[in-house]
Design a protein around this ligand. Structure first.
Ligand SMILES: [Zn+2]
Length: 81
């Protein structure tokens, strides 16, 4: 493998786990929108949501991606493979 920046062959590869937390709504959201929006959502989409939940299953809150990163030992440039 060759560095795209300095064209050096001295490149290390490392596997990085990229953990992303899914967005959580803040307190302001729940005070102004959350309570009635969730209520409407439950009344209108609640039964659809329950069916989807039964079919699809519980969603994971933490998403983990395995990313292979290449790091150039010559210039320090890193990039995804
Ligand atoms: Zn380089």
């Amino acid at each position: 493998m060759v560095c795209p920046k300095c064209h050096s062959g001295n490149v290390n590869t490392t596997v990085v786990s990229d953990v992303k937390m899914k967005n959580k709504h803040g307190a302001g959201y729940w005070i102004f929108i959350g309570w009635w929006w969730e209520l409407i959502k439950f009344v209108v989409f609640g039964w659809i949501y329950l069916i989807i939940k039964l079919v699809v299953g519980k969603k994971k809150k933490i998403v983990t991606n395995q990313i292979t990163m290449a790091v150039c030992q010559n210039c320090g440039y890193s990039w995804k493979i």
